[in-house]
Design a protein around this ligand. Structure first.
Ligand code: MTE
Ligand code: MO
Length: 274
């Protein structure tokens, strides 16, 4: 890997487009509407003279989550999408801010005896080796990693852009037209990822998958990943909470059906955007 391939990721995106906001959604109006609805539903519970918790527990469930919570989660998703843009970069930090050693969290689909030599990344049926991936331009970035459980840390990632892998193996379009990365809205809407044993899996919306800070990382804090951090390859996606940063990813699928997601099935927000 040549030294000039290690350009910092932030220099890739022109500064003048940073303020662009995706879609023409009235974000402020959305906030007001959502918070008003939150007060109304809570107020109704108080008026009925029951505790909020009992009231919540008595609500019917949607996808395993009581519907008032699901409403909030869906509201969060709409809001997050309204704010989202591929030009809206997460802040990056100086090397002195890196937390060492990086904390380890979550071991579903990982084990110490995994045979690294036989690992391959399957992208819609095409097998890539780690060497194939290392041939793509190397990117590094120092970003904040945020776990939904309430802790965060500054981490340096090294790897390749998911977008660069996707350009090698483009997703199909919804209308059968030729894949065109200038018109990503024509692609199928999702990217699903899973570990080789299918024990851990995440779903991403296409915009987040194509975000310039979404990396398939083989290094953490300047060192090759150890298995607890997801060797040989894991997702580093600072526009999402930790749950979406799947470790030891083995399979990537493009799909127009919202992919299953390990933590969404356990009650967390499917979108999980920051
Ligand atoms: N395969 C796999 N990936 C995973 C998890 C997991 O349990 N298994 N946990 C997730 C969660 S909740 C977090 S916070 C991060 C933690 O990544 P780290 O151990 O590298 O800090 O990994 C994510 N990716
Ligand atoms: Mo997490």
């Amino acid at each position: 890997m040549t030294e000039d391939a290690k350009e910092p990721i932030v220099e890739e995106t022109p500064a003048e487009v940073e303020v662009e906001v995706a879609d023409s959604v009235d974000v402020d109006g959305e906030v007001r509407r959502l918070s008003r609805r939150g007060f109304i539903t809570f107020g109704a519970a108080a008026a009925a003279g029951i505790g909020a918790y009992e009231w919540l527990r008595s609500r019917p469930r949607i996808e395993g989550v009581e519907w008032p919570l699901r409403r909030v989660l869906e509201g969060n998703e709409r809001l997050a999408k309204a704010y989202f843009s591929r030009h809206r970069l997460n802040p990056t930090y100086s090397p002195s801010r890196i937390k060492r050693p990086a904390r380890i969290n979550g071991g579903v689909g990982l084990d110490a005896n995994f045979d690294m030599a036989s690992w391959k990344l399957d992208v819609n049926g095409t097998q890539l080796t780690l060497d194939d991936i290392r041939k793509l331009p190397k990117r590094t970035m120092i970003t904040e990693f945020r776990c939904i459980e309430g802790w965060s840390q500054i981490v340096q990632w090294g790897g390749v852009r998911l977008e660069d892998v996707m350009r090698e193996l483009p997703p199909p379009t919804r209308d059968g037209s030729r894949p065109d990365f200038d018109n990503p809205q024509r692609f199928v809407r999702y990217v699903g990822m899973e570990t080789s044993d299918r024990a851990y899996y995440v779903g991403l919306d296409m915009k987040s998958a194509l975000h310039p800070q979404t990396l398939l990382a083989y290094e953490i804090n300047g060192q090759p990943l150890i298995w607890q951090h997801g060797a040989p390859l894991r997702l580093a996606i600072p526009v999402k909470y930790g749950v979406k940063n799947i470790k030891r990813v083995s399979r990537i699928r493009y799909t127009d059906v919202r992919p299953a997601d390990y933590w969404a099935e356990r009650g967390y927000d499917w979108y999980c955007g920051l």
